[in-house]
Design a protein around this ligand. Structure first.
Ligand SMILES: [Mg+2]
Length: 117
């Protein structure tokens, strides 16, 4: 996504809150909570599904997933605005960091373990 598109989308999400006087609630702490809730709403779609079923969503399930992802993305945009983080730059930097942490020739077949970095 081009920077101009991302910035325009971020502005739209910020203005949505401003017009409803919701900006007072958009502290980084509250946005982090909202992000976690929206991630849980995405997870709820897959709750009790087998891995195979989770790869074959019906139309309604896919639409629901799309909207929850959009919620997550919008709160991500709000958080990056609140903390004055350049989201594109930090994402590029994190991908580079991950490439260093998990070299291709050392990658195992099973998923890597996370340690909150
Ligand atoms: Mg939601």
């Amino acid at each position: 996504m081009a920077r101009t598109e991302l910035t325009a989308l971020q502005k739209k999400v910020v203005e949505f809150g401003e017009k409803r006087n919701w900006r007072q609630f958009h502290s980084p702490k509250n946005i982090a909570s909202a992000l976690s809730v929206e991630a849980a709403e995405l997870l709820e779609i897959f709750q009790w599904m087998s891995e195979q079923e989770s790869r074959q969503l019906n139309k309604e399930e896919k639409q629901n997933a799309a909207f929850e992802l959009a919620d997550i993305f919008m709160y991500t945009l709000l958080m990056s605005e609140a903390l004055e983080i350049d989201l594109l730059q930090s994402t590029v930097e994190k991908i580079e960091l991950n490439e260093q942490r998990f070299p291709i020739n050392e990658a195992a077949i099973k998923p890597h373990s996370h340690n909150n970095v």
